[in-house]
Design a binder for this molecule. Structure first.
Ligand code: ADP
Ligand code: ZN
Length: 603
């Protein structure tokens, strides 16, 4: 293969980046040797460069197949703004535009052509490709080939034909889905038996994981956004349309720019809201899980969960939408006993097969293990995905920042369990709030009516607050000592609980911290921190960027990422030469925007 320019030169000149990340260089070299490659890398890891750079190094055109039209258009826009010869072919083009692009394609005028899966499968397009000098096939979102995954696309299962039709053209398949089944499926379906697989760590070090106990969710959410992200873009996930509407209205009243997104809104409104979220700044999207697929916005600063996701996979995918640009970002979640019971109930009542239900319960239990975990959240996540993480303290999750205190809770557990047992013996069973009222000695109407103030367990738990007792009960439910009736939410004790009541076993629980101490220090990072940045200038540069974005009708981040503007505002380059040294300022951007940004900096 003829290599026109070295990968590093292209990285510096076109993208304005100084060094490759982790596996990028090895992957690119492997591709340039003309071999098939499978890339597993987390969201935001830098997959696209793995085929974009070879596309520019090699003679001919790289054909990229991608299932999401909006994303494809975004990528092409971004490449063009870097001065790269890239185009796309999909159903949104008219006949004339399409003909022009095909002409450029066969005349070797393009470095990259993005196409939809449907297009790649047409005989007509395959005919065109046989007349074209194809350097590489890049199959993005390659997990779509797997029937096990949630993004299955039948068109993907035909791509093995690339090997038959173009036996000498190397292929690179890329995905952010890491499990073994998917990987095996990709290799099998694409006939890539000889490929080399590159697996990067799935850690997202710039994301801080925080999980709190749901107390007053609205106040908690508001505090979190106000103190940590008052002027940032973020996503708040809720379980239902109704919850989305309510929370969106609430945040709007508090003065934030908020948009809702759920399947109950018309397609037009959903598209409009998604577009605004991408093109404007500091918008909070309150959404169900219907939102997020194919969102490439790099500066989402937080993802908040007000309801539990379905599984660790969903949680990691949803939180992964934060901080694609590598800057410090938050994955924040609140949950309570009710959420756990509610999801269990959904699973029980669904019409799925028993096997499917068991699988869903297992997934839910892994998630509960995560939210209740007292050790490093990052370690728990990565080990769930079968990655070794040898660090004990990541320094960037709530459990590492404020290690939770564990205490011998045997006596507390005995108090709660015997209280529930006595209440049950009275012939009725009661919910957590009633149990806590009995424990803390409240003389409510209901307690007096049932004479529960005469029980021996009445007021034996005055030493603890309501939320402390909630925490004890929740943990005992999760540990399997208390059962919750899914319909009435009433509590009863399990067989296992007898061992605690007879003092045969001890129970250790997590001390309930109502308001976790705030973390002071930010993530350690090589890039410039906000502390070193002239904030006024950063805001001005953001405004200038927004002006350009509006004029050219593109998302602001396509012009420069926040990271680049932050570095500009810290370094304050005086001339084009100095500006070109900022990460993210390549040759084309320097020519196009350099003067305007320099003027703003040196005003
Ligand atoms: P993925 O497709 O894996 O989610 P992208 O390819 O979109 O990730 O890359 C994520 C971000 O990281 C992009 O903004 C990209 O420009 C940036 N990036 C990729 N490689 C590098 C690098 N070597 N140096 C600096 N930034 C990089
Ligand atoms: Zn940690």
């Amino acid at each position: 293969m003829i290599i026109k320019e070295s990968p590093l030169e292209i990285l510096n000149k076109v993208f304005g980046y100084k060094t490759f990340r982790l596996e990028q260089e090895n992957i690119i070299n492997h591709v340039l040797e003309g071999k098939d490659t499978l890339v597993l890398m987390p969201t935001g890891g830098g997959k696209s460069l793995c085929y974009q750079i070879p596309a520019m190094c090699l003679e001919g055109v790289c054909v990229v197949v991608s299932p999401l039209i909006a994303l494809m258009q975004d990528q092409v826009l971004a490449l063009k703004d870097l001065g790269v010869k890239a185009e796309f072919l999909n159903s949104t083009l008219n006949y004339n535009d399409e003909r022009k692009i095909i002409e450029q394609l066969v005349n070797n005028k393009l470095d990259l052509i993005y196409v939809s899966p449907e297009r790649l499968n047409t005989e007509e397009f395959q005919q065109i490709l046989t007349k074209t000098n194809v350097s590489l096939f890049a199959i993005d979102e390659a997990h779509c080939v797997s029937q096990w995954g949630h993004d299955f696309r039948p068109e993907y299962t035909k791509f093995y034909m690339l090997k038959d039709l173009f036996p000498n053209v190397p292929r690179i398949a890329l995905t952010a889905t890491a499990d073994d089944e998917t990987r095996i499926d990709i290799i099998k379906n694409l006939h890539m038996g000889n490929c080399k697989t590159f697996i990067s760590s799935f850690d997202r070090p710039n994301i801080r994981y925080i999980v709190q106990i749901k107390d007053k969710e609205r106040k908690q959410l508001l505090d979190f956004i106000k103190t940590e992200h008052p002027e940032d873009s973020g996503i708040v996930y809720c379980i239902s349309r109704k919850r989305v509407e309510d929370i969106a209205e609430f945040l709007e009243k508090e003065g934030f720019k908020v948009l809702p997104y759920h399947a109950g809104l018309s397609k037009k409104i959903r598209e409009e809201n998604q577009n605004k979220f991408i093109k404007e700044e500091a918008i909070i999207m309150v959404a169900t899980i219907a939102f997020g697929m194919g969102i490439d916005k790099p500066d989402v600063r937080f993802v908040a969960h007000l309801d539990l996701p379905k599984s660790m996979e969903s949680y990691y995918q949803e939180t992964g939408r934060a901080g694609r640009d590598g800057l410090p970002s938050d994955a924040w979640m609140v949950y309570g006993l009710k959420d756990i019971v509610q999801i269990n109930q959904f699973i029980n009542q669904s019409t799925a097969s028993e096997e499917q239900k068991r699988l869903e319960k297992r997934k839910l239990n892994s998630l509960i293990g995560y939210v209740e975990s007292v050790s490093c959240r990052r370690k728990t996540i990565l080990e769930y995905f079968k990655e070794d993480y040898n660090i004990q303290n990541c320094g960037n999750c709530d459990n590492c920042i404020n290690p939770p205190e564990i205490y011998d809770a045997t006596i507390d557990a005995q108090k709660v369990l015997s209280c529930i047992y006595r209440l049950e013996n009275n012939g009725f069973s009661f919910g957590a709030s009633h149990v806590i009222e009995v424990l803390t000695g409240k003389e409510t109407e209901k307690i007096i009516k049932f004479k529960h103030n005469k029980l021996s367990t009445f007021a034996i738990g005055k030493d603890k607050t309501v939320s402390q007792w909630q925490a004890v009960i929740r943990q005992l439910v999760i540990l399997g000592y208390i059962k919750v009736d899914p319909v009435h939410m009433s509590l009863s004790i399990t067989k296992e609980a007898a061992k605690i009541l007879r003092s045969q076993i001890k129970v250790e629980l997590r001390q309930h911290i109502l308001i976790p101490k705030k973390k002071k220090e930010k993530v350690e990072q090589k890039t410039y921190t906000t502390a070193e940045t002239d904030n006024e200038l950063f805001k001005k540069l953001k405004n200038l960027r927004l002006e350009f974005a509006k004029k050219e009708n593109m998302p602001p981040y396509i012009i420069f990422h926040d990271k680049t503007l932050i570095e500009m505002a810290a370094v304050k380059p005086k001339n084009l030469e100095e500006l070109s040294k900022i990460s993210g300022v390549g040759e084309h951007k320097l020519n196009k925007y350099g003067k305007a940004f320099l003027n703003e900096i040196n005003m």
